[in-house]
Design a protein. Structure first.
Length: 313
């Protein structure tokens, strides 16, 4: 495992970077990817961000990043905790990642070198400290990217992963000109009409188990088709079941092509979401984790209900 100083020296010594983000990208993986791309270009490197698509709400992160054409020499992943999270990029890059930078304590990603800080609230918090060691000039664009990752992974500083250090980093990014008002409104206060329709359907899907201590919501491919919506509207759904009084485990099931469900787990009262998901080959953070389970809606839901009953007994 590298230390942060060694990561800085590694990045300064190599060139021609592909920066990998995880599938179903969120603000932290995209903020990390585009911030690192801007930082590497600032010190004279060639770099590009590899994604499975950038949701419309995050388009501002790449507005000043032009495409560069080069032959890849170095591959870095950001906020990617497991091989499967590369999604459609897995076949091309698996086993070829030179450096993994992540903040998931459950990290099992295949990389030649790693830096993992499970105490960082967001991967972008790690990059902030890394850029200080690299003497990067914190431009407004870099500050916007880093603040996006930190604010989204902490639920706008409401989640238990938020530390005093997290707040100090965010304050520094504000000093560097980060547009917090725009980002906070875009991330937490703006919803499309399709998103409102989707949330209504999700609330209708909610059921309880384990004496009301577990709430489960779901989306199916049929639901998304009828609502004419897709993955870019899924952000934030996982927080819904955890918000209910008395719920210790909130589970969100998302049906995907290929006969499986992507599971997001959010917990309260020190119930370990990562331990819960590890039963199904997943992982993450103590209060937020995920996994994938094959099967139809009824089968997967029953499996999760039984697991929750046992886990909370």
């Amino acid at each position: 495992m590298m230390n942060l100083y060694e990561v800085a020296r590694f990045l300064e010594a190599h060139d021609n970077y592909d920066i990998l983000t995880h599938a179903y990208p969120d603000g932290d993986t995209l903020g990390s990817g585009f911030a690192l791309c801007l930082a590497l270009r600032q010190i004279g490197k060639k770099a590009r961000v590899i994604t499975t698509g950038v949701p419309t709400k995050f388009a501002y992160l790449q507005k000043n990043i032009e495409e560069e054409d080069f032959t890849t020499e170095t591959v870095v992943s950001v906020d990617v905790a497991a091989d499967s999270l590369l999604g459609s990029n897995m076949d091309k890059y698996i086993g070829k990642v030179d450096l993994c930078i992540d903040h998931h304590g459950s990290n099992t990603f295949t990389a030649k070198e790693k830096f993992v800080d499970k105490y960082a609230a967001a991967n972008c918090e790690i990059l902030y400290k890394l850029f200080l060691r690299m003497h990067i000039n914190f431009t407004k664009d870099i500050a916007d990217c880093l603040y996006t990752g930190i604010s989204t992974d902490t639920g706008c500083f409401r989640y238990t992963n938020t530390t005093a250090e997290t707040m100090r980093v965010a304050a520094s990014l504000m000093d560097f000109g980060c547009n917090t008002a725009y980002i906070n409104k875009a991330m937490f206060e703006t919803k499309s009409k399709n998103k409102i329709q989707l949330e209504r359907a999700v609330y209708d899907s909610m059921t309880y188990c384990a004496d009301g201590r577990c709430a489960i919501i779901y989306t199916t491919l049929d639901m998304l088709k009828k609502l004419n919506t897709g993955d870019d509207e899924m952000e934030g759904l996982a927080s819904i079941p955890r918000q209910i009084e008395g719920v210790l485990i909130g589970i969100t099931m998302r049906e995907k092509e290929g006969g499986f469900f992507k599971i997001s787990v959010r917990t309260n009262n020190n119930i370990n979401a990562s331990d819960f998901c590890s039963q199904f080959g997943g992982g993450g953070h103590p209060a937020a984790a995920g996994c994938s389970i094959e099967g139809d809606l009824k089968t997967v839901k029953t499996t999760l209900e039984k697991a929750a009953e046992k886990f909370l007994s």
